[in-house]
Design a binder for this molecule. Structure first.
Ligand SMILES: [Zn+2]
Length: 298
């Protein structure tokens, strides 16, 4: 589905701002992204609604069950008072392939408080993480241990800022990665530099589709390492350091999720802004009624 004809990832910031210059333009775009086939009640899936446009955002009342909903209900933007223009601009800046964006930079660019910008970015990264959780590695998978946090400490003891992690990928028949995940290895699965058996087991259980052939290299200095994966990790490491100038372990996973989200769309040559808008505006929480209705219809 192409929501509008411009190729967003090639759009300049100026073109973007020109296109999304009013709240109405942003609301139209979000409506198309959220309900590509026209309105659908999130409670009963009825297709007709009465629209009230007197508020900041239009309110839709289902013509069948009277349930009231808005463009941001059930989305990443739910409960936010921030203008849609600012949200979409935040998505555009995150989708931009080459540059990362920090909370400080976002707060200055879209003129919101640092706290608001921080929260927006984390909500968006959370949605990216959820999307990743529901995508398991398949086909055949390769996984290699890597380490975030330079400079490398050559001793057997691990510095608290050094974070071991697994980079894993679904590989195609040509042996190229087609979907990549980078996951922090919990401290409970490490003993100094050694990964305990639970480390790879847990990764496979949580991130690899059952029955998928998987090769895991869990020792750092093994000679037959998957260099391709380690090169991708080096890109992630560089992006984090260039954008955030180093990170503590607390939010590392969220930033890795952001990196992988963009990388995976790039590998599929998908339009990142459009996909991100769909992710953030999609009603992720399908209701019980809608679910059972769909089952009955099937
Ligand atoms: Zn309804």
């Amino acid at each position: 589905m192409v929501v509008f004809s411009l190729t967003h990832d090639l759009m300049s910031l100026e073109q973007f701002l020109e296109h999304f210059n009013t709240e109405e333009a942003c609301a139209d775009f979000l409506f198309q992204v959220k309900w590509p086939d026209g309105f659908s009640c999130p409670r009963c899936a009825h297709r007709r609604a009465y629209t009230t446009s007197t508020r900041r955002l239009p309110l839709y009342e289902c013509a069948s069950c009277r349930h009231q909903t808005s463009l941001i209900a059930g989305t990443v933007m739910e409960g936010s008072r921030t203008e849609l223009r600012k949200w979409l601009l935040a998505l555009f800046l995150i989708a931009h392939p080459d540059k990362g964006i920090t909370s400080l930079k976002l707060s200055r660019t879209i003129k919101v408080t640092y706290k608001t910008a921080w929260l927006m970015l984390h909500k968006i990264r959370h949605a990216m993480g959820e999307a990743d959780t529901s995508t398991l590695l398949s086909g055949f998978a390769r996984v290699n241990i890597a380490c975030y946090g330079q400079p490398y400490n050559p001793t057997v003891f691990r510095h608290p800022q050094q974070q071991p992690l697994f980079i894993g990928a679904s590989m195609n028949e040509q042996g190229e990665p087609v979907y990549v995940k980078i996951k922090v290895i919990p401290d409970s699965h490490m003993k100094d530099w050694n990964v305990l058996r639970e480390g790879p087991e847990e990764f496979e259980k949580r991130h690899v589709k059952p029955g998928t052939p998987v090769e895991i290299i869990a020792q750092r200095y093994k000679s037959n390492r998957f260099k391709q994966l380690l090169l991708l990790f080096r890109e992630a490491d560089k992006w984090i350091n260039d954008t955030f100038h180093g990170l503590g372990p607390r939010h590392l996973q969220a930033y890795l999720n952001e990196f992988c989200y963009r990388l995976n769309l790039k590998l599929r040559k998908a339009h990142i802004f459009e996909r991100l808008a769909r992710l953030c505006a999609g009603s992720r929480a399908i209701t019980y009624t809608a679910l059972t209705k769909a089952e009955r219809a099937a």
